[in-house]
Design a protein around this ligand. Structure first.
Ligand SMILES: NC(=O)c1ccc[n+]([C@@H]2O[C@H](COP(=O)([O-])OP(=O)(O)OC[C@H]3O[C@@H](n4cnc5c(N)ncnc54)[C@H](O)[C@@H]3O)[C@@H](O)[C@H]2O)c1
Length: 306
């Protein structure tokens, strides 16, 4: 039984990851400041006593020292986790994502943890010069969120080189699945269910949506075996944002309309992951990245996805 720390474990991806780790019979501790996290993401595990939840902040280095005792593997997910939130509060995204990541790395190295898995983002590439984007593409973040992830990656690399901490970096594309909120797919599923307009900022965006289960497969593989280098986790298929809106309306048989509103300049408009490295590790995404929309739509309609 390995002792595992999941920072940000009460969030969207963290909740799914904890489900898998508990299923695999690990000893799991979650550290989350509950800014976006919800105890309900861990509900059954908390009730069964399978998971310990520490409500606290990764900016608190002293707390981290205590939480890290006896931990072998760290999944570091805690972060200010979206672009617009980081623009609204650049200081929080810096202190949580850059300084907080430094704190987690230092506590892990000091405690003699064997491995740390870091959830970076496709936002580190900024507006890509070509698609699909491979891992050697220059890092040219265009917003404070991307910059904070570039900083986190740089510290992760240096902790691997200088302090012998095995670090695995995953650059996640747009993840979707049950339990998410305030991102394009859950916002539009809600709007479609209520018959409200789906607001499309700009409309020219082409993005890479990847199903949560693929991401959890990649995270757990990285935690168990490590990674040879930073690895994109995406579907490898570009989806136009207008196509996404149409599919959501169609799948939900919704009377919603698409409303075009001005683009938000800080957001990356074009990303498709080169998935060669990910596939070489045995992680295969779905051929249709939106294949799970019908199941998710049903879950939203039944009120179980929120
Ligand atoms: N969801 C995506 O599409 C996506 C894409 C790329 C990268 N990521 C990264 O994956 C990770 C998980 O994302 P998510 O979608 O689950 O986001 P989320 O916001 O649902 O989860 C992040 C969790 O971290 C917690 N947290 C935030 N700041 C903290 C702090 N200072 N101390 C302790 N806890 C803190 C929040 O309360 C939340 O529960 C994040 O690092 C995010 O940047 C997500």
């Amino acid at each position: 039984m390995t002792r595992i720390l999941v920072t940000g474990g009460a969030g969207f991806i963290g909740g799914h990851l904890v489900d898998r780790l508990v299923r695999d019979r690990h000893d799991v501790i979650v550290l989350d400041n509950m800014r976006r996290g919800r105890a309900s993401a861990l509900g059954q595990h908390l009730r069964a006593g399978d998971v310990e939840l520490v409500e606290g902040d990764i900016r608190d280095a002293e707390l981290l020292t205590g939480v890290m005792r006896g931990v072998e593997t760290v999944y570091h997910l805690a972060a200010q986790s979206n672009v617009m939130g980081a623009i609204d509060d650049a200081e929080y995204s810096f202190t949580s994502n850059a300084l907080g990541t430094f704190n987690v790395l230092r506590a892990a190295a000091d405690a003699g943890a064997a491995r740390l898995v870091f959830t970076s983002s496709r936002e580190v590439y900024g507006e890509s010069g070509y698609v699909p984007v491979d891992e050697d593409h220059p890092l040219a973040a265009k917003n404070p969120y991307g910059a904070s992830k570039v900083a986190g990656e740089a510290y992760a690399r240096t902790f691997a080189h200088c302090y012998g901490l095995d670090v695995a970096v995953l650059r996640l594309a747009n993840v979707y699945g049950h339990g998410d909120r305030d991102r394009v797919i859950p916002l539009w599923l809600d709007a479609a269910a209520a018959g409200r307009d789906l607001n499309v900022y700009g409309g020219g965006q082409v993005l890479d949506f990847v199903w949560i289960a693929t991401v959890i497969d990649a995270l757990t593989l990285a935690g168990e075996e490590g990674l040879p280098g930073p690895t994109n986790i995406g579907s490898g298929v570009g989806t136009s944002i207008l196509e996404l809106a149409r599919r959501i309306i169609e799948v939900g048989s919704s009377r919603s309309q698409i409303a075009r509103v001005p683009a938000r300049g800080a957001e990356v408009t074009r990303f498709v992951a080169d998935t060669t490295r990910m596939r070489a590790l045995g992680i295969e995404p779905e051929s249709d990245p939106l294949a799970h929309l019908p199941a998710l739509t049903e879950a939203y309609a039944a009120g179980v996805a929120v």
